[in-house]
Design a protein around this ligand. Structure first.
Ligand code: ZN
Length: 135
């Protein structure tokens, strides 16, 4: 079964401005920052216990996150939940009539995490990501 929230992702226009709240005022530790040129996004990883809040700053207005920010403004982008067996979970969701964005799990090159996204139409409006961590 599912275990925990791995991360919440929030789209922000400016990382430094966002850190003023999340790090300076609220006091969450900044675990690290990362540039992702492929996705045209800069990311700040804030620690909340063993989970993270990821602040996503688009670096290119025409990118996926850039368009999201333009259309919806800053705010919650997705929630990511860890599961033991992502393929089995995807089958289970399909059996329940849930609409998936990916047909099969994708694998990240850098850390081997398998992931997929569930369409907000099936989740009361929240984009949901699933993670299966490498064993
Ligand atoms: Zn994510």
């Amino acid at each position: 079964m599912t275990h925990k929230i791995n991360h919440l992702a929030i789209v922000v226009p400016n990382l430094d401005q966002a850190l003023h709240f999340w790090r300076d005022a609220l006091g969450l530790p900044l675990a690290r920052t990362e540039e992702n040129p492929e996705e045209h996004v800069n990311i700040a990883f804030m620690e909340v216990g063993t989970s993270h809040i990821e602040l996503l700053e688009p670096t290119e207005p025409e990118s996926g996150i850039g368009k999201y920010l333009d259309k919806r403004g800053p705010g919650m982008h997705h929630v990511c939940i860890e599961v033991d067996d992502i393929a089995a979970m995807m089958n289970r969701l399909l059996e329940h009539g849930i609409e998936l964005i990916n047909d099969s799990p994708k694998t990240r090159k850098n850390d081997g995490i398998q992931y997929c996204f569930i369409h907000p139409r099936s989740t009361s409006g929240v984009l949901v990501e699933l993670y299966e961590l490498p064993s």
